[in-house]
Design a protein around this ligand. Structure first.
Ligand SMILES: [Zn+2]
Ligand SMILES: [Zn+2]
Length: 130
């Protein structure tokens, strides 16, 4: 079971399944959308994922064809994303997940677009793309 929320706690979700995979993404879109050096995301099955409050406050933005990112319209938190390439999945932003979970990203992806001002120091696999 995974629970998460946006910063203002308007949007809350639950996933009855654990995360299947997790990555750090250094692509330009993730950097801009997160306002940071990279995005941190974890995949859960769509089946078992539920928005338990704040559904009407979610707004979607298609950052690239088929990739839709969902934000809280009150606080601006990027809560999760979906991709038409893998419609069976929900891509959670790990920073929004509650509590002491054990989700640890295992790969750095899109390092070809990595910020020049950030050096990767973990010894985990890196991929120029994904
Ligand atoms: Zn919010
Ligand atoms: Zn990315």
């Amino acid at each position: 079971m995974i629970k998460g929320k946006c910063h203002c706690q308007t949007v809350k979700y639950e996933s009855s399944n654990d995360s299947e995979s997790a990555v750090f993404c250094h692509c330009q879109t993730c950097r801009e959308i997160n306002g940071s050096a990279f995005g941190s995301s974890a995949v859960v099955p769509r089946k078992g994922f539920e928005i338990i409050s704040g559904k009407n406050s979610l707004v979607g933005y298609e950052s690239s064809s088929g990739k839709k990112r969902f934000f809280c319209s009150n606080c601006g938190t990027h809560v999760y994303a979906t991709s038409s390439k893998k419609p069976e999945n929900i891509i959670l932003r790990i920073g929004c997940i509650d509590g002491n979970h054990n989700i640890v990203p295992t790969h750095h992806i899109w390092t070809s677009q990595k910020a020049s001002w950030y050096d990767i120091t973990e010894n985990i696999p890196m991929h120029e793309e994904w």
